[in-house]
Design a protein around this ligand. Structure first.
Ligand code: FAD
Length: 272
C-alpha cells in the first residue's frame, strides 16, 4: 500500500496576468481559475500509483475558500480525498511560508496514516518559482527528486523508488528511499477524462478546510510575518519595438546589404 499526497495550486487561467501597479499584486478579478496545468501530471501519477499499489491519494491545496473548486476537480480525476488549507493567517505567504504551511498539513495527514510520497508539479504558471516542492521536501526531511518524467518503479516493501529525471540534454535514473517528494513533468501524462458521475461526486464531496490551528502551525511562520521575501516592484517588461525590414527594390541581396550599411552609417553605429 502506498499513500500519496498530491499538492495542487489554483491559478488564474492565463499566463498574461495583470499586475496592480499600486499594490504589486496579481489582479485576479474576472479571470477564471484552474488547476495549475503543471499539477495535472502529478494528479495523473498519484492516481496511477494508487491503482498499481493500492493505498490512498489525497489532494492538498492551500488557497482561498474558492480553491475548493480545484480540489473538487481533482476528486473527479480519481483522487480519494481532498484537503483545503485556508486561513486568513496564510495570506501574503511567500514560497518559504507556503512550503512551511503545506509541510505542516502533510505532517497532519501523516498523523492519520503514513505518507509515503508527496507529488508536486514542476512549477506554477503564476508564481513560477519551482521552490515550493523542494521547500516541502526539506522541511519534511523527505528524499527529493525534481523534474521527474517517469516513476519507473516503487518497491513498497523495500521502501525505495526509482525515477527518471528529464534534464536539458540528459536523462538521469535516480533511486531514493521513501518517503520522498517528487516534482513531476508533463511527460508523466494527463489525468484520465473525468466521467459525469465522477464530476458530480466531486461536486458533492464535503471538503475539509484546515486552518493553521489544525496543522499546529505557529501563525508567525506563515503569511506576511513568516515571509522573508519582499516584492519591491513588479511590472510587465516594455514591449520591444518591431524590427524594420530593409528590402532592395530589385530583390538583390547585395543591394540590400548596401542599404543596410548606408542605414547603419547614417545612424552613427560605426565610429569614423
Ligand atoms: C514576497 C511574496 C509575497 C507574496 N504575496 C502573495 C500574496 O499576498 N498573495 C498571494 O496569493 N500570493 C502571494 N505570493 C505568491 C505565493 O508566495 C506563491 O503563490 C506561492 O508561494 C507558491 O509559489 P509558486 O506559485 O512560485 O509555486 P511553485 O514553487 O512554482 O510551485 C511548485 C509546486 O508546488 C505546489 N504548490 C505551490 N503552491 C501551492 C499551493 N498554494 N497549494 C498547493 N500546492 C502548491 C504545486 O504542486 C506546484 O506545482 C507572494 C510571493 C512572494 C515571493
Amino acid at each position: 500500500m502506498l499513500n500519496t499526497v498530491v499538492c495542487i495550486k489554483q491559478v488564474p487561467d492565463t499566463t498574461q496576468v495583470r499586475i496592480d501597479p499600486e499594490t504589486n499584486t496579481l489582479v485576479r478579478e474576472g479571470i477564471p481559475a484552474i488547476i495549475n496545468p503543471f499539477d495535472m501530471p502529478a494528479i495523473a501519477a498519484a492516481v496511477q500509483l494508487k491503482e498499481t499499489h493500492g493505498g490512498t491519494c489525497t489532494a492538498l491545496c492551500m488557497g482561498p475558500p474558492q480553491a475548493v473548486e480545484a480540489l473538487q476537480k481533482a476528486l473527479s480525476f480519481g483522487v480519494d480525498r481532498a484537503i483545503l488549507l485556508s486561513d486568513r493567517a496564510l495570506i501574503g505567504s511567500d514560497t518559504l511560508a507556503t512550503s512551511a504551511a503545506l509541510a505542516a498539513a502533510v505532517r497532519g495527514l501523516a498523523e492519520e496514516q503514513r505518507v509515503d510520497l508527496v507529488l508536486c508539479g514542476k512549477q506554477t504558471i503564476d508564481g513560477d518559482t519551482a521552490q515550493v516542492g523542494p521547500g516541502i521536501a526539506t522541511r519534511l526531511g523527505f528524499s527529493q527528486i525534481t523534474y521527474v518524467g517517469n516513476i519507473e518503479s516503487v518497491d513498497v516493501e523495500a521502501r525505495r523508488l526509482r525515477c527518471r529525471r528529464l534534464l536539458e540534454g540528459a536523462e538521469e535514473v535516480v533511486d531514493a528511499p521513501l518517503p520522498a517528494l517528487l516534482t513531476i513533468l508533463k511527460e508523466a501524462g494527463e489525468p484520465r477524462y473525468a466521467s459525469l458521475p465522477a464530476v458530480i461526486k466531486g461536486l458533492r464531496t464535503e471538503i475539509p478546510v484546515w486552518g493553521t490551528a489544525d496543522t499546529g502551525l505557529d501563525p508567525s511562520e506563515v503569511g506576511l510575518p513568516g515571509s522573508p521575501t519582499q516584492v519591491r516592484r513588479i511590472f510587465a517588461p516594455p514591449q520591444r519595438e518591431r524590427g524594420e525590414m530593409l528590402t532592395a527594390d530589385d530583390g538583390n541581396p547585395d543591394r540590400a546589404a548596401d542599404l543596410l550599411l548606408d542605414r547603419l552609417l547614417a545612424d552613427g553605429v560605426f565610429e569614423e
